[in-house]
Design a protein around this ligand. Structure first.
Ligand code: HEC
Length: 151
């Protein structure tokens, strides 16, 4: 029933209309999401080290935080309509393909949650598999929705 589930999600994503925001508010959102992403970076490094050490309790906690931040309703709030500035690398596609953007976040959340479950199971093979599936989450979204660095 994947197709049905996907269609339902598309409807949900479409319903999460971006906030329209004043310039000043968008500034906060841009800085807020950049801070969030930097936190993701730090967390993924900690997760990598924890997976290597088989410190699965740490894996579960750190990855659950990422999953919570990628929750569609929470994540959507970071991206007021067309909020960009000189420092933002968000592509216009974020808003032009809003449903895809939301579904990419959703997919990332599901992979994160699978990794949390695997970590809780403390089963090495399950963790390895879920960690591998989680791996491309960041890059996949950046490829479509984040512009190349200009310098
Ligand atoms: C659903 C899409 C999406 C996902 C998933 C995602 N990112 Fe991002 N990320 C973006 C976008 C878009 C930007 C550009 C934001 C801006 O500059 O306004 C960005 C920016 C960044 C930045 C630069 C922040 C700065 O200081 O300007 C880092 C670092 C980053 N992401 C890390 C990650 C990591 C690590 C993950 C995975 C755990 C991740 N991102 C997951 C979309 C995503």
């Amino acid at each position: 029933m994947m197709v049905k589930k996907f269609l339902t999600l598309t409807a949900v994503a479409g319903g999460l209309v971006w906030l329209s925001a004043s310039g000043a508010m968008a500034q906060n959102e841009i800085e807020g999401r950049q801070k969030l992403m930097k936190g993701f970076s730090a967390a993924t490094k900690e997760v990598k080290a924890a997976v290597e050490k088989k410190d699965y309790a740490t894996v579960a906690v750190k990855v659950k935080d990422i999953a919570d931040s990628l929750d569609m309703a929470a994540f959507a709030k970071n991206w007021p309509h067309n909020s960009t500035d000189a420092k933002s690398r968000a592509k216009p596609e974020v808003w032009q393909k809003w449903n895809d953007f939301m579904l990419t976040a959703w997919d990332g959340q599901q992979r994160a949650l699978s990794l949390v479950d695997a970590a809780k199971s403390k089963n090495d093979a399950k963790v390895a598999e879920a960690y591998k599936a989680f791996g491309p989450v960041c890059v996949d979204c950046h490829k479509s929705f984040r512009a190349e660095a200009t310098k």
